[in-house]
Design a binder for this molecule. Sequence first.
Ligand code: PGA
Length: 258
Amino acid sequence: MNRRYRKTVIAGNWKMNKTLSETQVFAEELRPLLSRSKWCDVVLCVPAINIPNAVRLFKNTRVAIAAQNVHFEDHGAFTGELSAAMLREQGVKYAIIGHSERRQYYGETDFTVNRKVHAALQAGINPIICVGESLEQRELGVTLEYIAYQVKVALAGVPMEKMRRIILAYEPIWAIGTGQTATAQQAGEVCQSIRTVIRKLYDARVARAVTIQYGGSMNAQNAAELLAQPDIDGGLIGGASLKAADFAEIINAANQET
Ligand code: PGA
């Protein structure tokens, strides 16, 4: 992390977990643990149906509520989908865009990711754009090229002045939900390469200010080491965000890093 230049953001991605009553229990457990949260931003990406209640439950705390997906059109015949404006009106501040599970199971591509990024920005929602390579790609040695491609397509047409609202999340697919974390060095290397891509696309100032998260089996045990990498400015945390105590430990690890 480098908190002199950019925000540290710890985001929990609940995926398809937690009913409303479980969300209420989590909020009661997490709220008292947040008091030590000094400067890192905390985000919770909850199932869409629980967004309005989560916004209410975390009112007047440091926790911003996020969506796990957003549609790229602003309205229309898209059964089952939610527009960025609908989410924004319910108090959503961030949206995950292009998570590898959505790419794998719901046909999202780098081009739909790009459209969603524009839709979110238009509505005033901050995109958390996920990129990451498969195991085959890592083994073939094409990780950095592939990630550079994903970042370039995701950000196509995004003007420089909107870049302060963008978060990038590097999530190697082989590390998600597997318990196999990228080493701090592997994660740091890719996050640094993402910053280089941003510098080439925009300029050094934009690159220095952009928040880049790591995600993939991040937990209370390995968070401090990952966050100590200069180009890792936070985490997108799945499994370990489901227990308030574990999530709070990761937030505290981020607050303790210098
Ligand atoms: P995980 O998920 O922490 O359970 O690996 C991370 C993510 O998919 O965002």
